[in-house]
Design a protein. Sequence first.
Lengths: 406, 297
Amino acid sequence: MSNNVLRLKPIVLAVAATLSMVASAAEPIKIGISIAQSPPGSVVQGVQVKDGVEIAKDFVNKQGGVLGRPIQLVYEDSQGVPEKGRAATEKLITLDKVVAVTGGHQSSVCLAEMEVAKRYEIPYVNTNCWADSIREKSYKQVFNPGNYNSRVAAAMAETLSQLGVKRVVAFAENTDYGIGQAKAVAEALKKKGTSIDYKYEVLDRAGKDFTPAVLPLRANPPDAVLTMMLPPAAYIAMNQLYEQGVAPSSKTWLYDGGGIADYPDFWQNVKEAGKYMIEFALYHPQMTIPPLGKQVAEEYQKRTKNEPNRLIFQAADSLFVLVDAIKQAKSTKSDAMIKALETSKFDFTRGPFQFSTQPGISYHQWVDIPYVNYQITEVGQPVSKTVLLQGPGQPVSTAKLVKPPK
Amino acid sequence: VLLLDLFVNGLIIGSYYALMAVGLTLIFGVLRLVNFAHGEFYMVGAYAFTLAAVKLGTGPWLAIPFALAAGAALGWFTERALMRPLYSGYSSWGMMRDEYAVVVTFAFSLLLVNLVDKGIGPYPTRGPPLVNMPRLPVGPVMLSGQKIVATAMGVAMIAGLGLFLRYSLWGREIRAVAQNRFGASLAGIDTARVSSLVFAVSGALAALSGALLAPIINASPDVGAFPAIKSYVIVVLGGMGSVAGSIVASLALGVLESFGAVYISYDYRDTFGLVILILVLLFRPQGLFGEKGRVVG
């Protein structure tokens, strides 16, 4: 009896070792996704970020995952509220044991979440938080493959200067993104040395009636109104600007710096108020994108029947960047991943890039992120049919601009 | 022109506030309860209107009664399912009456927001306008056809409510219960039925407000928070339980916010009402039209 047991021992040990290896090999790598899935956050953005990371995850897992393990996404609802985002990130890191966190798409929330990521020294890839202050904190755990306010501000300042406008008023939401962008535009205009008279009005992002802010503009119309707001407040402000005949009008341009015209619900909510609007954007179907970008775009269209937009690509890239870092580091350890993120060159859905290590607003940022400017010329116009005023890296061409008739 | 613009805009927004606040004040007047789900009655009205008009294809005018019915049904359900235990024989419930009402209506409010968020979706939705005239100059003031129609319907509805309360049998019953619930029951009035009626009317008014504003303020699951908060301020300002006080306070708040946003700061727009509220509570706690005290029994 004892001889039999001894004879069986190596077999039992071998089977146990194999089972343990299989279990370890199949054990998924967890990545935390903190997005707004309910109000008051921008759920529109949250849904698109989710669509983007889901497509990227499926692409990665179809190719066998990374380090032989599949990727598992663990979602938490930040509600677009900093303290909820903070709690969500804490939970993802301590309870769900994720190796990295991504998905952030509202600056105030990212600013809260990245403090948690820093404390636990976990890589944090910022998908779509534009506030410059996120970069200026220079946290080694935080990486930014998305856009930033200074970039938008420089682009808007250039366009405004080409438009030859004299007086500009901006409506900025009361968030780190909105106020940050409004200040960055002031800075960019000053840097450019223009004589544009620029001021901004801060509006409550949960507000429902902006008429008192619009009425003084009707009495004294500026040459351009800039919007730095997210839906649903952005839609309401646009409708009220249109209703009062302020912008877009034969006198006043409407120029959006939030990139909202490609949201799936844009036309349902704005109608006539969107016609003639000039839009800063990070994606236009006429842009050249790499093959992976085309595959992601096709998959998104297949799944949702919507035109793809920048958030889909940014979200997909956020996950691809992390997966690549794990692959390069051959590990899910934070230090190794952070080192890989700092040194690797990436080329996924929007073109090649590397994170800068220069301090300040460029820290861990894709500095030369491509952008475009376009104008909407019809109600209900899909982005693919809008008039491209500026391609990536090209000068802005105002000759194609159309103004509403008097 | 700016002054006139601000005044007219203030009156218009005030009339929307009134439609909401009157329903809330009716409930307080009759039941001495604050309904924290009142904003969600507004939200349900906005969605019922938009879905009926767009998805069912009824068109905007026929969608209005649909929204009214949805609000009335929701109000009636709230009273029957959640409030009735407070005054229908469960004596122990009466001891924690206020706490119960706060907790249960607040929980119901969260439930409704999340049900709509998950069931219909988180995207904001704009309702179709009753009159498709996005810009309508009225003298020097620029309005929209929808704003004019919404204001007119709101005013008509409030006037209709006033007549209903004053001259109809049900209206008299409501006033009797508001004055003295026990006395009204001794006079043969079914106070439980009156409570249901008040909740149904309150729900219908809030839903109508939501429907009329859906083409101006896009419906979203959390859209009810904004009018609800204003309504609570108005109800206290006007005097809790006073319909006339609510109307005057609504219009005053609308105008105050409109002027304050321009001449003081837009940033503090929502605080003007709260500052006035604090002053009223300090110097005239019964509100503008409220009674100093009530003697019952």
